[in-house]
Every structure is written in C-alpha cells, then in structure tokens.
Design a protein around this ligand. Structure first.
Ligand code: GLA
Length: 730
C-alpha cells in the first residue's frame, strides 16, 4: 500500500520518496513533508509553534495566536482569509465575496490511477501498482468544494496531482484561478531551473537562486510556447547531476500556464503551478465541476540525472498509448527544408527514390500539398490536395512511395486558417477576433476558434477525410503562431474569460477524434519547431519536432535542456544542409548526424545535391542509427557535460537498463589552442564489470571509465565528434 492514513495524517510512499499531509483539529489540510523516504510517523513537529505578530488567526481557533494560515504550510492555499501568499483558488461567490475556506470533508483511496474527463493525464499500467487518494475540502458556508487528487506511482517515484472544483452552492460562481498544485516547503535556500527561449532557441537552461518574492515563469500565448516550458525544477543550491535534492514539476497542459516559487518573509517557499489566471474567468453553474490539469511531481535525493530518468520512464510507459511509443521508429526524410512550397510529383518521387538508397524508411511531404498553398499567404484550412502539384492525389503518390519500400507521411496545420482560403471565405466568423477589430496576423494566418464545437467538428472531418482515403503512415501536426484577439463569437460577452481554456479543450477533443481514431498512423507534434513541447501533447504524439533550428551546435543546447524532463525518444531531430540556413555554420556531416541521433533521426535536405562522400556518410550513419535506436530510446540517459560549462566538449550517454551496454556521444565545441588532455567520465555502468569499447578496442572496468574516463584523441578540431559503443565483457 503506497497510501496510508492514520489519525488524519496522509502519507504517500514511493520507493524513494515520501509525501505527507495532515488535517488539523480545525479541519485545515496542512502540508508536512515531501522528500527522501521516511516512515509513516506524523512529523507535524516541523511546523514551528511561534506567534507571528500581525498575522491573522482563523475565527475557529479562538484565542490561539499561533495558528495562522499565513505561516503554516498549506496543501491547498486559500484566498482572502489570512494567507497572503499565492492562493490556489480565487473565485467570486454569488454574493460577490472572494473567500474560499476548504475544510476536510472526506477522503477515498483506491487502486489504480484517476483520470480527468476533459484533459489528458498519465495512465497506470497494472505492474505500476498505482493508487489514488482523493481528499475533498469543502467550504461550509458556500458549499463549494475541491477534490484534491493524488496518483501515486511507487515504482516510478512519481506523484501526480490534479484538482476538481465542484459547485453545490445553489448559484453560479466565477472561477478566476484554480492552481493544480500547491507545495509549501519549509526552506528557501533553493535554486530554480527553468527552460526559456524563443523560436529557433527553445528550452535554454536557466538556473538561478530563488529570491524573496515571487519567482515566476509562464505563458500567456495560448500555447505552452517556446518562451517558457511548462516544466521546472526546484533544487538545493549544491544539487548536481548525481547528488542533492531536486523536485520536478511537469504540467500536463498545452495552453497558458504559470509556475510560481514564492519565498516568504519566514524563509519558506510556496510552489504553485496551474492554468495562468490572466484573462481566466470561468463560470461554474450550480451542480457543475471544473477540472484543473494534472502536474507530475518527482523528488530525487540523488541529483538531476535520477530526476530525469524518472520523468523519461513515466513518459515512455504511461503517457501515450500509441503503438509507436516503444517500437522501432522510421528514419524519415522531410521535404520542407530542401523544397519549401516549390515541388512537383517528380521532385518528390526522385527524392524518395534516392533517400531509399541511403537507408531512409519514410518520405514526408511537408507544407504546400493542399489548396492554393504556393506560399504561406494562402491555403491553410483547405485540406484538399493540389492536383497540379500532386498528380493523382495523395493515395496515388503514397502508392508509388510504398512501391519503393518506403512509408509515407503528410503535414497538416489544422488549427489555423489563411484569409485567402475557401474555409475563411465560407466562415469568417470561425476565427478568434474581437468585435469591431481586425485580428492580428502572424505568418499571414489567423487562429481558428477551437472553443467552438462546430469548428472542432469541421477540423476532425476535414483531416479524417484525407487520412481515411488511405496511404498516410505518418502525420506531422503543426501549429505556427500564438493565440491573441481571444474572443469567440460563439459565446456571450460575459463568457469570454473561458475562451483560452475552451480552445485547449477543443484541441484535445480534435486530437481525440483524429489521433486516437488512427492507431496505425505515427503522429509527430510540431509548433514552429518546439513551441508546444509539453507533457499533455506527449499523451497524443510519441514524438515532437524539437526545433526549427537544425544547426548541430545550437541543437546540442536545445536537446540538453529538453532532456531534463522529456525522453530522447520524443525528440524530432534531423540532419540538414551545410552551411546551416539559419546560423550559416559549417559543421562536418558526422557531427550533424551524431547530434541528430539524440532523437528520432532523419533528414531535411535534398539528397540529389549531395556529394558522393556525403551519400556514403549518409548511408553509414543511417545504418548506425538503426543499430543504436533501441538503446537510445530505451536506455537511461546521462548528461555527461553541460554545453554551458567551460568545457571543450558536450557529451551524453545512454546505458541499457541492465547496464550491459552503453553509447557515448561527444561533440567538440571550441577550438582551443591550449594543449589540454580531455577525458569523458562515464556514468551508470557497473564498477566491477569490464566493458569493451568498440571504436578503440580497449577493455576497461566501469570504475575506470567513471573515474579515469575515456581519453579523447589529442587533436580535436572544432565540431569534430566521436561515438563510443561499449559492451560488457562476460
Ligand atoms: C513550421 C515547422 C517546419 C515546417 C514549416 C512548414 O515552421 O516547424 O518544420 O513544417 O512549419 O510551413
């Protein structure tokens, strides 16, 4: 049993962590502990019993001047009743008051993992032995309640949280904020690690000490966004890859979000994560409920690598039900970078034919195949093949590609519309726009209003019509702008604060109607590169295009940041031409290939323009990747060095779960005139076992590989690279 209740003390146990909370004699639910494993004993002594002057004391505590919601650690923080830190909830009751005081009403424990009816969540497999705890906190005055949900995955060291608000007040209430989780820690000597960026520059790693006040990241772009990933780590100041406490917070939602770490005057830290409250105003009628998305919490006492391994394992095994998640994935060649909108059937067939010889498994036709899509000013929304470019249509093209022994993929951007499209001409009211104002364009396109059920139905039918005609083995699902002008003509004026969230609910309904009804199609997410790289999207898409930046040195940094939460098997990563179109950098083919092996591997180039030498390298690395893919996808991943440190190289490693084999990748970053010896120290191997390194033919023990390391060749030109394959000698 991983959930125990004793005297209203709730203790959640995983193999390596414990989470504890307690109902006080006055019915408040206090948070007591989250950290390394401890026994089930009540540790409420950790809350100092001191009078904090000026703080308010709830009426039910009488003359007790110590009991204060402002200083005690809360499990679900309240609003307007004396706790001045970030609230978990803000609502407007029918009488105009803002108060909510949730007191313990009941709880329930059951085997298995809860799910939410409107939002994606992690699921449990039988061997996870997952359990659920539900605690209901009710306001005795208004009869509004919240159900706090906890999913405990003991073997995976993951605890999930979500909240469902239910209104039984007899009147409508307005919800202005509902955080999915609140975690009050008794300390504040902590660092925050977050992943920021922009298009072409996703998930840059930023580590900084928490400061007094609110340390906040978030997105208000209608999408989780390139700017801040909905994942953050709070850790001890000295935590590194192998040692120290670290807490991870991963939000299972693709829309607006906020992550706050508030350090109060008493040196305590409140962490909260949820839907961004800005422009959020949801009406909840009497008898209705509102679901707040799930957060995946993880604690590691052994540093950041273990934290990442736990997230990788849960995403690999419990997020997406697609059969492709843990199976072999195709090496694909994509038409976008070489051809953009300018191609014809012959170009495509010729490209597929050459790629087949190089070992590619799949040809993907990107943007430009539909409507009047000869540039990015027209056609979005019209998911009907352009018969002049694709003679005979998609099934006919696919048949020819299948005949070559390759599979076939197609690009869509279903959530968008160009004004120059048949769809827009027929339904100008189907996009988000504020009455009386022209909407802002981005990449010449507008956002379809996914909060409208009729728009969602249309998208499902239009995309399914193409897919049901057959021949499509893979879909790249793109999303190329942020949301603004958030107003839906479908809803009355006082319901416009619901549109951002309803858009995301619409998105999930569309994905359910397309992705889940096509189990034999491999889906890859994309959003101008990696602008929608989040846990929720991973429940639909086994892989997501990491970034439109395919320059290898830039990718090292992006992939490094992405790896803290998300498995390598989710990262769309391709080799493109040189000099790189974006950065103009020249990098050897081998290094571009080894960097693209940090993911699903493929190509974004015209193979007809390759030199003979490149052709043979291409075939060689494609074959190598196919050999390595099971270990890359299934192994434990180690960041051996950081691209931000003052190191000469970036290195990473995959170790099989049984520790019998490993793969090590190294890319030299800087040209250094310093005559410096370079060693790559491996991790995760068995100290006492011996490993044969295929490339150097050395046989070394795990302990030596860890402590002395692999010696790199003495001459190390900039952007040169190495891969080492190690097998245990039995
Ligand atoms: C986005 C994607 C690219 C490509 C283009 C097509 O930018 O990230 O990979 O699909 O759209 O317009």
């Amino acid at each position: 049993m991983s959930i125990k209740v004793n005297n209203k003390v709730f203790t959640l146990q995983t193999e390596n962590s414990t989470y504890q909370m307690k109902v006080t004699e006055h019915g408040h639910l206090l948070h007591l502990y989250y950290g390394s494993k401890i026994a089930d004993e009540d540790i409420s002594y950790i809350i100092p019993q001191v009078m904090r002057s000026h703080e308010s004391n709830p009426p039910e505590v009488g003359e007790d001047r110590i009991y204060s919601l402002a200083a005690y650690p809360q499990e679900f923080s309240t609003n307007d009743v004396g706790d001045y830190r970030i609230p978990s909830i803000e609502l407007i009751n029918h009488d105009g008051s803002y108060s909510f005081v949730g007191k313990y009403a009941s709880h329930r424990i059951y085997d298995g993992k809860y799910s939410l009816s409107s939002l994606p969540t992690i699921y449990a497999n039988e061997d996870d032995c997952a359990q659920t705890l539900e605690i209901i906190l009710e306001d005795d005055v208004t009869h509004v309640s919240v159900k706090l949900l906890y999913g405990v995955f003991p073997k995976k060291d993951i605890i999930t949280r979500a909240v469902i608000l239910c209104n039984r007040s007899g009147k409508e209430i307005r919800l202005r904020r509902l955080m999915s989780m609140n975690l009050d820690l008794m300390t504040s000597d902590l660092d925050m690690i977050e992943f920021y960026g922009h298009h072409y520059y996703e998930r840059q790693t930023n580590r900084h000490p928490l400061t007094h006040g609110i340390n906040e990241i978030g997105s208000f772009r209608g999408v989780s966004s390139h700017f801040h990933n909905p994942f953050a780590i709070i850790c001890d100041r000295k935590t590194d890859e192998d040692t120290g406490n670290a807490y991870g917070f991963c939000f299972m939602y693709s829309g607006n979000f906020v992550f706050d770490a508030e350090v109060d005057g008493y040196g305590q830290t409140r962490i909260a994560m949820g839907i961004h409250p800005k422009q959020f105003d949801f009406h909840v009628s009497d008898g209705e409920c509102f679901e707040a998305p799930e957060v995946l919490l993880c604690h590691s006492a052994s540093g950041l690598s273990a934290l990442s391994h736990r997230y990788h394992d849960i995403f690999r095994n419990n997020a997406c039900r697609s059969k492709f998640v843990n199976s072999k994935r195709p090496v694909l060649i994509n038409s976008w970078e070489p051809f953009r909108f300018t191609f014809n059937t012959d170009t495509l067939l010729r490209t597929a034919e050459i790629s087949k010889k190089l070992g590619a498994d799949m040809f993907v036709l990107d943007d430009g195949w539909f409507g009047k899509r000869d540039n990015d000013r027209a056609g979005l929304g019209d998911w009907v093949v352009n018969g002049e470019k694709i003679i005979g249509g998609i099934p006919a093209l696919s048949e020819k590609i299948h005949a070559m022994g390759m599979s076939f993929g197609l690009w869509f951007e279903p959530e968008m519309v160009n004004e120059d499209s048949d769809l827009y001409r027929a339904h100008p009211d189907w996009c988000l726009r504020v009455p009386g104002r022209a909407p802002s364009r981005s990449r010449h396109q507008l956002c379809l209003d996914l909060s409208r059920p009729d728009v969602c139905d249309h998208i499902i039918d239009a995309v399914n019509a193409v897919l049901d005609a057959g021949g499509v083995d893979y879909v790249k699902w793109d999303y190329n702008r942020y949301v603004c002008d958030v107003y839906s003509s479908y809803y009355p004026a006082d319901r416009q604060g619901e549109v951002y969230h309803r858009y995301i609910l619409g998105l999930y309904r569309i994905l359910d109607g397309i992705v889940k009804t096509h189990p034999d199609i491999l889906f890859e997410g994309c959003s101008g590169g990696g602008g929608r790289y989040d846990g929720a999207i991973m429940t639909y898409f086994p892989q997501t295009w990491c970034s439109d930046n395919t320059d290898a040195p830039s990718r090292l940094v992006i992939q490094y940041g992405t790896s803290f939460a998300y498995p390598i098997s989710t990262m769309g990563s391709h080799v493109s031409v040189c000099p790189n179109k974006k950065t103009k950098r020249t990098v050897p083919f081998k290094t571009r290939a080894l960097t693209a092996m940090h993911g699903t591997f493929g190509y974004e180039l015209d193979p007809a323009k390759m030199t003979d030498e490149e052709m043979s390298e291409c075939a060689e690395y494609t074959a190598l990747y196919k050999e390595y893919q099971p270990l890359i996808f299934g192994g434990d991943y180690y960041r051996l060095s950081s691209p931000y440190d003052d190191e000469l190289f970036t290195a990473w490693e995959f170790v099989s779960k049984d520790k019998s084999s490993a793969l090590v990748f190294v890319v030299m970053q800087e040209i250094s005139i310093m005559d410096k010896n370079c060693y790559v120290h491996l991790r995760g191997l068995k100290d006492d076992s011996f490993y044969r390194i295929e490339q150097t033919e050395q046989i070394l023990s795990g302990a030596v590989l860890k402590n002395a390391g692999i010696l790199l060749p003495h001459t190390k030109p900039q952007y040169s690279s190495y891969v080492f394959k190690l097998s245990e000698v039995r």
